[in-house]
Design a protein around this ligand. Structure first.
Ligand code: F6R
Length: 630
């Protein structure tokens, strides 16, 4: 959830770099603000003291505070942008939290589960607290160990040693970053079940919750392992475990460029990311098959023999990623004839699921850090399942802990509401389905080649929809005062309906529900009254079965009860016109691939409606991009 940045550079004059801690940390926080925006804070070490500023609300409030009350120049700093867990989003609960008489500053992402017990212990030692946060307890513990247990002795590891001892006492999930006035050239960090990456510079080093925290300065990153501590100075990066044993991180190159994390001229990241979608799908397909249509998924590190014996697939994901999984289920079952379940990660491990070595667990996560999904993957591994991660973020925890990974190449997704990652996830899951079908002989090579050819046409078709987005935007603006919107779909259109509803809920804060069109008559139809807007995702009339006719009947059912129907249908489908207030056509495509197109107008609609209401579409209330708590 929270965004974390750390920086150490050389004092001016020592090497030819001009970065200052404050600038680097603020830039990192700006890029990481999507992770949480309840408050922001920063601490620097200057002239043998810690100076910190923090402010509730968005980063702009902190920047305002810094203008009125500037920080001294410094080469060592840490910064935090918060998504509140313990304690409301107030100035006092904002990070950094100080201890050791104001000489130590600490920031934190995650939850310290044993904070109450530690707090009591520290209170008994005479420590006082001013916030309601678990973070302040971690800061106090670290300060107490540094001063009382180690005597403030920096010759014996100082802050690093104190961090090791503190982490041995902490339970839960955490990334911690700390600076101390007595060690002005050092930032010490720790991670357990929470993300942290190191950025390697020349005469400067960086820390970030993810690489966007330092992408303006370096592309060289180091992944930290579980339960590791890292101490950075301007010239060194030292990693240990929680007990002081030396450890190694894995260096990798970051292939995102900073420009792709910027808005590219669009008013919001979300709008840019909707327009990135042709490229996101194209990039995800790139280089994964040869001219004969033979798939070569290089990242698939699971022995193909094992994959041949899989008898069940369980897809684990949350939110939008789970809807991508639900879409993929239709294709995977059709192409591979393997029973496929899709389960919300947070429900999975609490129901005693039937999982064994013949189960393939496919997790889908844009961030690769969603705690619910990570825990579910770990559980599945313990039960002997093979695990594949479909993920958009290089080096994140879920792919690292999975047996294999299929990266989506959608580029950084900054807006909290997921758009391009969704289409890229469906694309990647389809590649996986086709790969399994190829491996197990469920499809002829020619059939696989045909599907790949159809997938290859999707980017241009998405672009066609985007080129005509004005009509759906206008409808969004026109409907800005809607109180409730329903979405109906059948087959692959059902998860698309739920995704359309989710986008509207999270961006425009209005009641929205997605239903299986056939389910309506079993209850939800009672919601329909005069003027109720209902979106209907209509399948292609060219399909082999009677899906189209069934959905057209469902439109008539709601219309007869006063609904205002808005239909997404295939170009040339004249039959729907008679029953729709508005029709939005998408280019013809095979039924299984249609979600890659029919989702796009729903994203644009939600964006336009929320923008018309004056809401911040990139940072909707109460949400955060990366949900790293359970
Ligand atoms: C909705 C949205 C969320 C995420 C969910 C999973 O627009 O973005 O529902 O899809 O929190 O996140 P990841 O994919 O990072 O695991």
């Amino acid at each position: 959830m929270c965004g974390i940045v750390g920086y150490v550079g050389h004092s001016t004059g020592q090497v030819n770099i001009e970065h200052k801690a404050l600038d680097v940390v603020l830039e990192g926080l700006r890029r990481l603000e999507y992770r949480g925006y309840d408050s922001a804070g920063i601490a620097v070490v200057a002239d043998g003291a810690i100076e910190s500023r923090k402010k509730s609300g968005k980063l702009s409030n902190l920047i305002g505070e810094l203008e009125g009350n500037p920080l001294p120049e410094s080469m060592t700093g840490i910064g935090h942008t918060r998504w509140a867990t313990h304690g409301g989003p107030t100035d006092q609960n904002a990070h950094p939290h100080l201890s050791d008489g104001g000489k130590l500053a600490l920031i934190h992402n995650g939850i310290i589960e044993n904070f109450a017990e530690l707090k009591l212990e520290l209170l008994n030692e005479g420590v006082t607290f001013i916030s309601e946060t678990d973070t302040e307890v971690a800061a106090a513990l670290l300060g107490h160990i540094y001063r009382n247990q180690l005597g403030g002795d920096n010759s014996n590891g100082g802050l690093t040693k104190a961090m090791q001892l503190a982490c041995q006492r902490l339970e839960g999930a955490f990334t911690l970053l700390a600076v101390h006035a007595d060690q002005p050239d050092v930032v010490v960090a720790a991670r357990r079940n929470s993300p942290l990456v190191v950025g390697l510079g020349e005469g400067e080093n960086f820390l970030g919750s993810d690489v966007s925290g330092f992408i303006d300065y370096t592309r060289r990153a180091v992944e930290l392992g579980q339960d590791q501590i890292v101490t950075i100075t301007a010239d060194s990066v030292e990693i240990t475990d929680f007990f002081g044993a030396p450890a190694e991180g894995k260096e990798y190159h970051v292939d995102w460029d900073p420009a792709s994390a910027e808005k590219g001229g669009y008013p919001s990241f979300m709008e840019k990311e909707i327009h990135d979608q042709p490229d996101a799908v194209a990039q995800t397909l790139l280089g994964r098959s040869d001219l004969e249509g033979k798939l070569t998924l290089d990242e698939m590190r699971i022995d193909p023999e094992l994959l041949k014996h899989i008898n069940k697939i369980i897809v684990l994901a949350c939110g939008t990623s789970a809807y991508a999984g639900q879409v993929a289920k239709y294709a995977i079952e059709r192409w591979c004839r393997i029973a496929t379940e899709v389960e919300l990660s947070h429900e999975f491990r609490y129901r005693d699921p039937i999982v064994d070595e013949n189960t393939l667990v496919v997790s889908i996560s844009q961030s690769g850090e969603t705690m619910d999904t990570l825990m579910a993957v770990r559980y599945a591994k313990e039960q002997g399942a093979k695990t594949i991660s479909i993920c958009n973020t290089n080096g994140s925890t879920i792919p690292r802990e999975s047996d294999a990974v299929l990266y989506t190449h959608a580029g950084p997704e900054i807006a909290v509401a997921s758009t391009k990652a969704f289409l890229a996830q469906i694309t990647a899951a389809y590649l996986l389905g086709l790969y399994l079908a190829q491996l197990r002989g469920n499809m002829f090579q020619g059939e696989i080649k045909d599907v790949l050819a159809d997938l290859g046409k999707i980017p241009a078709k998405i672009q066609e929809i985007l080129d005509h987005e004005d009509r759906i935007k206008d409808l969004g603006v026109e409907m800005a005062n809607a109180k409730s919107v329903l979405f109906l779909g059948r087959h692959v259109g059902f998860p698309v309906a739920m995704e359309g509803a989710l986008k509207l809920k999270e961006l425009a804060y209005i009641h929205a529900e997605g239903f299986a069109a056939g389910e309506l008559k079993h209850g939800p139809i009672a919601l329909i009254e005069e003027g109720q807007p209902v979106f209907v995702i209509v399948p292609s009339p060219r399909g082999r079965d009677s899906l189209h006719a069934k959905v057209v009947s469902n439109i008539q059912e709601v219309r007869a009860r006063g609904a205002k129907t808005i239909v997404i249908a295939e170009e040339g489908d004249e039959a729907v016109k008679a029953y729709a207030e508005h029709v939005f056509y998408i280019p013809p495509t095979p039924t299984l691939l249609a979600p890659l197109l029919s989702t796009v107008p729903l994203q644009i609609f939600a964006l336009a409606l929320a923008s018309a209401k004056g809401y911040d579409v990139d940072q909707p209330r109460n949400l955060a991009k990366s949900v790293t708590v359970e």
